[in-house]
Design a protein around this ligand. Sequence first.
Ligand SMILES: NC(=O)c1ccc[n+]([C@@H]2O[C@H](COP(=O)([O-])OP(=O)(O)OC[C@H]3O[C@@H](n4cnc5c(N)ncnc54)[C@H](OP(=O)(O)O)[C@@H]3O)[C@@H](O)[C@H]2O)c1
Length: 304
Amino acid sequence: MPTLPDRLHAEGPAVSPVVWGCMRIREQFADAGAVARFLGGLLDLGITAIDSADIYGDYEAERALGAGLRALGPSARQFTIVGKGGIALTSPGNRPDHQVKHYHGGPERLAAVVDRTLADLGVERLAAFLVHRPDWLADPRQTAEALDRLIDGGKIAAAGVSNHSTGQLTTLASLRRHPVVTNQIELSVRRRAPLTDGTLDQAIVHGFRPMIWSPVGGGRLLSPQAEADRRLVAALTEVASAYGLAGPAEAAVAWVVRHPSRPVPILGSGKLDRLRAGLEAAQTRLDRQDWYRLWQAAAGQEVD
Ligand SMILES: NC(=O)c1ccc[n+]([C@@H]2O[C@H](COP(=O)([O-])OP(=O)(O)OC[C@H]3O[C@@H](n4cnc5c(N)ncnc54)[C@H](OP(=O)(O)O)[C@@H]3O)[C@@H](O)[C@H]2O)c1
């Protein structure tokens, strides 16, 4: 049986054990100098992959990231950047023509998003570009052709998807000349559907590692209110302490990466200490029974 690569896919980019997500960059950093200092810190930690999307920060995150990369200087070239496009947000300031939030995966739109992302980031090529959400009005034959053409034209090195069902991914992959190199999805001990709906199994069959957003499960675990969440946090805290991890958030990351599809967690913290702890968690292998112990704490029942 072939082992899965350390890359996202044999034809996709190599990625660090944790990817930093820049969605909150504008709230987190005051100026390009602060971004550059943070990016330098990421490189020191060994976090060399960044996840982005045109819509982040009301369409301004990529410009902020680009300014930080330029301020960092030549070492900025060490970063692997994954971009996304295909969602249209209402934004009176930046996209006045968007009257309603919608998806737009048409070929011209995807090409225009890539051009804009490259300009905002100040780079010549993206390591990968993902269709952020499936656009129900886009013909998958045209989407497939648009992605392949972006690769052939040298603007992106690889292409994949995000938030796609197994059926949508199978269709797109069957229409493409180049492989789908990842599916970026939500997975956490609180959101376990990808374990049972075939999403993670499909990643193994297609030879890619899924990228995972919200691996900790969001605010509900960071400040639990409901009794069920408090029980789960108590179980995560026990596991964290048994493995010498910083806390429940890190145990949740270790839970996600234990799946054989070798998920790659995306963390959005702007604090290097948290990212260091997350990196350690992403390299921790939970014992099978501890993994199921957390599954049970989250599900509120033992497996059938
Ligand atoms: N494909 C998609 O549809 C999709 C959807 C959502 C997100 N994403 C990607 O995933 C990335 C991460 O998303 P996210 O920002 O929601 O991720 P996250 O890592 O789940 O959350 C980050 C936020 O939680 C806070 N935080 C993290 N650890 C904490 C802790 N232990 N205690 C208290 N607060 C903590 C951070 O604050 P500090 O900065 O103060 O640490 C930050 O505000 C995004 O940047 C984006 O790249 C993709």
